[in-house]
Ligand binder design. Structure first.
Ligand SMILES: NS(=O)(=O)c1ccc(C(=O)NCC(F)(F)F)cc1
Ligand SMILES: [Zn+2]
Length: 248
């Protein structure tokens, strides 16, 4: 167990996001398929937290969980959110061989075996698992549209809207392939407590759906409007880390 200062980031050795160099990733035959069991009724609400829009889940029981993959036990879904650009040429946090995507989905989970709450887990070494899914411009995504239709209700920072019965597995690509590496939160407190699982295959969303993301605001009602765009962190050095792949 590391205390807060040991997980501190000044001089961080495992910061996120990174550029995943496909040829440098190492196939690990011991990596299992990722198992995802999300209960759509655990979905609570969407809110604009001033960084992104975030969909929160009831994590008071093992109802929406992931297991397998590189994980030693199960992890509970707490929330998911996105990062995106002002234009389609950039927006994702991670890159693959320096290829950047217009947006990236993060599904945030915590370890209920080693922590008693999400807040505690962010301070635990590998207390968190974040699944990253790239979004690319393409066909309309029917599952995402339900989310997009709710965005006008959370246009301003610190606004919230009820959002029940949503199954985030509809946002998962069908391809099981992923990369995994040890990293950090990409927004403060940037703690080095995250096992990242980055899906190899992007999901497709259409132009209108991306433009709806870009109509959100960083600012609260009544303030001078600042569009919520480019809410991604710059690439961080790989340092002494190896990215493992679940596929040859
Ligand atoms: N972009 S990311 O790495 O998936 C990411 C995931 C979760 C949080 C988060 O919960 N911050 C609030 C906290 F924990 F209270 F500090 C931040 C970043
Ligand atoms: Zn994120």
């Amino acid at each position: 167990k590391k205390n807060n200062s040991e997980l501190s980031v000044s001089g961080g050795t495992r910061q996120s996001p990174i550029n995943i160099q496909w040829r440098d990733s190492v196939y690990d035959p011991h990596l299992k398929p990722l198992k995802i069991h999300y209960d759509p009724t655990t979905c609570l609400y969407i809110w604009n937290n001033g960084y992104s829009f975030q969909v929160e889940f009831d994590d008071s029981a093992d109802k929406s969980v992931i297991m397998g993959g590189p994980l030693e036990n199960h992890y509970r879904l707490k929330q998911f959110h996105f990062h995106w650009g002002a234009i389609n040429e950039w927006g994702s946090e991670h890159m693959v061989d320096s290829k950047v995507y217009p947006a990236e989905l993060h599904l945030v989970h915590w370890n209920p075996v080693t922590s008693t709450s999400f807040e505690e887990a962010i301070m635990e070494n590998n207390g968190l698992v974040v699944i990253g899914v790239f979004l690319k411009l393409g066909a309309h995504h029917a599952g995402l549209q339900k989310l997009v239709d709710a965005l006008p209700a959370v246009k301003h920072k610190d606004t919230i809207v009820e959002f029940d019965v949503f199954d985030p597995s509809c946002l998962m690509p069908s391809c099981p392939d992923y990369w995994t590496y040890d990293g950090s939160l990409t927004t403060p407190p940037l703690t080095e407590s995250v096992t990242w699982i980055i899906k190899k295959t992007p999901i497709e969303v259409d132009q209108n759906q991306l433009e709806e993301f870009r109509m959100l605001l960083f600012t609260s009602a009544g303030e001078e409007e600042k569009r919520m765009v480019d809410n991604f962190r710059p690439l961080q050095p790989l340092m002494n880390r190896t990215v493992r792949s679940s596929f040859r």
